[in-house]
Unconditional design. Structure first.
Length: 288
């Protein structure tokens, strides 16, 4: 990232945790740094409960954008407690503050370290204002990687525990992520299945994993469709839609009319016909 040969790129990472403590700043969060031409900040939050009054997605991890503004972190992620515990079981060691209901991981970057530091101070002040109670600063890449490790190992850990699972990737307004997670847990309770969620708080995209575990095959086949539809209806009721990253494809095609009406479908078909008049590009995979 640096263009100055005498100023090598540097990385500095910080993690914040919303838990039952109040220890921010102190020795874990020195506020003055040596100068450098590039910097990265990564902040990891732990959320006390999925339905807390803090509007986590909107406040703490907004859209990815340009460099060095608190509104545009370079990366973000949000694993909940169940996914954190699954990673712990896979790795055989405990994650920091693993009993929190969820983690929120934010990373800021930019070309001027002082600018990133200033942005980071704004973000940390916002998090303190809305309930952040503990802090951890990583001084090196190894500690930074430890903060990201739980997020990166989630899919592997879930496949390790349940090789068969059904993943959705609904999206809702960022401020409604807590309501989505609460609703998903209720759906899991009603259908007696295990559902583990994680995703990208910066754009409201949540990966919802319905795990087969030891459910008999016939019961699993009968359970997935209603669970899938209820998850979609929940996301739509919160002002979201049925997919954020993965697309409609064959698995969601039948549910597309839930998200858009006939007029919108007709317009999209017309747009497609301009670029693919012979319908040879993924025929039958999108429109019902």
């Amino acid at each position: 990232m640096s263009t100055c040969p005498s100023c090598p790129p540097v990385s500095r990472y910080a993690g914040y945790y919303i838990m039952g403590f109040w220890k921010l700043v102190s020795a874990a969060h020195p506020r003055r740094h040596t100068s450098a031409s590039a910097a990265i900040r990564s902040a990891r939050f732990q959320l006390r409960e999925s339905g807390s009054s803090i509007r986590q997605g909107k406040l703490a991890a907004p859209e990815t954008g340009g460099q060095g503004t608190p509104e545009s972190p370079a990366r973000d992620g949000r694993p909940e407690r169940d996914s954190t515990l699954a990673v712990e079981r896979l790795l055989g060691r405990e994650a920091p503050f693993h009993d929190a209901a969820a983690h929120l991981l934010i990373q800021l970057d930019g070309n001027v370290r002082e600018a990133v530091d200033a942005d980071y101070e704004v973000v940390s002040d916002l998090c303190l204002k809305h309930g952040a109670q503990d802090g951890l600063v990583a001084q090196d890449r190894q500690t930074r990687d430890r903060l990201w490790e739980v997020r990166r190992k989630i899919i592997e850990s879930l496949k390790h525990e349940s090789p068969i699972n059904h993943m959705e990737d609904v999206v809702v307004p960022r401020a409604d992520i807590p309501a989505l997670l609460r609703g998903i847990k209720e759906i899991a309770r009603q259908h007696s299945v295990r559902i583990v969620s994680f995703g990208h708080a910066g754009d409201g995209n949540v990966h919802v994993n319905v795990l087969k575990d030891a459910i008999p095959a016939d019961l699993w086949a009968a359970t997935v469709p209603p669970v899938q539809e209820e998850i979609y209806r929940l996301a739509l009721s919160l002002g979201g839609t049925i997919t954020g990253e993965h697309g409609i494809g064959a698995t969601r095609r039948r549910y597309l009319p839930m998200a858009i009406d006939d007029a919108q479908l007709r317009i999209q078909r017309q747009i497609r016909s301009v670029f693919d008049p012979n319908c040879i590009l993924n025929p039958g995979k999108i429109f019902p």
